[in-house]
Design a protein around this ligand. Structure first.
Ligand code: KE4
Length: 431
């Protein structure tokens, strides 16, 4: 039988670099042919061969309700009839801003943009403008989008700032970024001791979904907060992935339960708040946010910012996930999935560890949960690739990279979860 995915991939590579519009989609980490999605519905998508998959990517987080939720579809269709884009303010941007602010008490104001990259890039510029400082800290293994200053790897030591991870990023830009090890308190203390007065911010994924699923320890997160406050740097939580995904109020609401009073200075959101349309946001206290144009000196803009169809999609999504019991049910289903994967691995003696919160999960072919990037990268990538393709062949679509997280939607049924565990049991036998 001809493989339509392969034919499309070969055709795509003639007109689009690598045949994809975002590198991770190309399956280069796992090998094989990317599945070209023809359509999606609920917890499933169908590829160009008409093969159905249980979808645990959900557009890398946004599709928390599943694909094609009726209320969201209706809101988008209605909005489309009223106009696609105006370049002028609309009431629905206010409604969405107010809805998000009601969920994130650390934010008094926010600005809507069109991607997570745009949101984190703008948050860094805002932190620099608000503090008058240029340097900032990020952590190895955290991904915050592809803005130049964020495509940086650690320098030779804490005394030296970063080096570009991508061609095209000038060293002069990378030199302002200090890259530390996630969850490394000693490095954090030393970096602030050396550079505290120069630091505009610390940006961190509170649960690092770009290392699959690694939590910032409570002492580490608390110390990030304390040191930022002490040195006049801003704490930026990148919740593009975790926001409205691990909990309605994001990871910061989880940390605030264990660390009373914990709050970031700037929060970055994306994915779920757009419901699958191009929409992201960054926000914080009024005093910081009013530094932004047109009020303040920090410039930031966007033709499609607050796009009327994207705001309709996001607002409808938020209203659905805000319903009583939504996250309790979603969290329970995710826990059932993780328990099923753990028991499948244990039954076959496969080294396996996993964690989850809300509708986000991660697992490692490691005996214990890693705490930082070097530990994550000790995973056996060959084994992971076999697991990935074994599941794919059984109609289960997980992330095509061992450092990516997984996502459960409200549309995933108990039968889907059981089918996934059964597929895992079969594949673990082959590892
Ligand atoms: P976008 O520019 O891709 O909308 O968002 C960038 C971003 C920022 N912050 C976090 C924590 C993120 O996870 C992301 C993007 N996530 C990746 C998945 N790991 C998107 C998938 C892709 O790059 O194609």
């Amino acid at each position: 039988m001809s493989d339509n995915n392969l034919a499309l991939f070969e055709r795509a590579r003639q007109s689009i670099p690598g045949g994809v519009n975002s590198p991770v989609r190309a399956f280069r980490a796992v090998g094989g042919t990317p599945r070209f999605v023809q359509r999606a519905e609920g917890a499933y998508f169908w590829d160009a061969n008409g093969t159905r998959y249980i979808d645990y990517i959900g557009s890398w987080g946004p599709m928390i309700l599943g694909h094609g939720h009726p209320a969201v579809l209706q809101a988008v269709q209605k909005a489309a009839l009223d106009g696609f884009s105006f370049g002028a303010p609309t009431e629905r941007e206010i409604e969405l801003a107010e809805e998000i602010l009601s969920l994130y008490p650390s934010m008094q104001m926010l600005r809507l943009v069109s991607s997570g990259t745009e949101a984190t890039m703008s948050a860094i510029r805002l932190a620099r403008g608000a503090t008058g400082r240029s340097k900032f800290i990020k952590f190895e293994g955290c991904y915050h989008g592809h803005a130049d200053s964020l495509l940086v790897k650690a320098g030779s030591g804490l005394a030296t700032f970063g080096h570009p991870t991508s061609a095209g990023v000038p060293p002069e830009v990378a030199q302002h970024t200090l890259v530390l090890e996630y969850n490394n308190l000693e490095q954090l203390e030393e970096a602030f001791a050396l550079h505290g007065p120069e630091l505009a911010c610390v940006i961190i994924e509170p649960i690092a979904g770009n290392m699959n699923f690694v939590r910032a320890s409570l002492p580490f997160m608390a110390r990030c907060r304390e040191l930022c406050s002490r040195h006049g740097a801003l704490l930026v939580l990148d919740e593009v992935m975790t926001g409205c995904r691990v909990a309605l109020g994001g990871a910061q609401s989880v940390y605030a339960r264990a660390l009373p009073g914990f709050a970031p200075d700037i929060t970055v959101l994306g994915k779920v708040i757009g419901g699958g349309m191009p929409l992201a946001a960054f926000g914080g206290p009024r005093a910081i946010m009013e530094q932004l144009a047109p009020l303040g000196p920090v410039y930031q803009a966007g033709t499609l910012s607050g796009n009327p169809i994207a705001t309709a999609c996001g607002l409808a999504t938020l209203r659905e996930i805000s319903r009583p019991g939504f996250f309790e049910a979603l969290s329970a289903r995710t826990r059932t999935l993780v328990a099923g994967l753990k028991s499948a691995a244990a039954a076959e003696g496969v080294a396996f560890s996993a964690d989850c919160d809300g509708g986000m999960f991660g697992f490692f072919l490691l005996p214990t949960l890693p705490q930082n990037y070097p530990q994550v990268m000790k995973s056996d990538s060959d084994k992971f690739n076999k697991l990935f393709h074994g599941l794919l062949a059984r109609g289960v679509y997980i992330a095509p990279a061992l450092y990516e997280a997984g996502f459960v939607s409200a549309a995933h049924t108990d039968a889907d979860i059981e089918a996934t565990a059964q597929a895992a049991r079969e594949v673990f036998k082959t590892l």
